[in-house]
Design a protein around this ligand. Sequence first.
Ligand code: PGA
Length: 258
Amino acid sequence: MNRISLIAGNWKMYKNITQAIELVSALKRELFFIETQRFEIVVCPPFTALSEVAELLYESNIELGAQNVHWEKEGAFTGEVSILMLKDLGCKYVIVGHSERRTYFGETDEIINKKLKAVLDEGLSPILCVGESLKQREEGLTFKILEEQIYKDLESINFQKVANLVIAYEPVWAIGTGRTATPQIAQEAQAYIRGLLNRIYSEEISQKIRILYGGSVKPENIKELIKQPDIDGALVGGASLDLDSFSSIIKYAYEVKK
Ligand code: PGA
């Protein structure tokens, strides 16, 4: 199955508007040769920079993503941003259920499920993050946790809606720690996730859904990661904030996938 590779940069709570414009302008110059039919690039700036970045990315080979969304279309929800607002800006992707949101902002699988439905209903692509903590891995609970998260997060999302879904396997112990999962560990977990998708939906659908790896991805480790059969790309945090490291990650991955 030929899935289009995808590398997404999650900027988290970094970069003001000027810095965002600077980075995206430089990325456009560095990565102009990447062909979108084979390889997708996504940047997910903070909400405050989405509008300016959207303008810069118009008709380019880089897509726009957001880092979070509320599940209602509109309403009295102070401080929240809806999927219609993100769509209006030209966002194509939305990160949903990142472990930082689960841990620091109390996002439960029920909330994540609502967000996924809202994003899929509007025809955008959620990047659903799942992954075990260090303690859970050490206790041998990795597969159990992945199964619980996937089943709860995707509950009552039917096969017609799920086509746009992207999953990111992000072991919590690898996020921002410099401790990347080995390609074998990541492959094993991601093959397991694909197996779950096969069980929930079908072989055909499980083969279509892209599964990214996330957690301390760097230019030094992307090649071995992306060679694995069930790793279709990466969700990059820290290394996506820097022009050289993010564009190197993309160039190396593109080279492997050519
Ligand atoms: P990291 O973050 O690349 O800085 O480990 C990944 C993520 O949180 O998506």
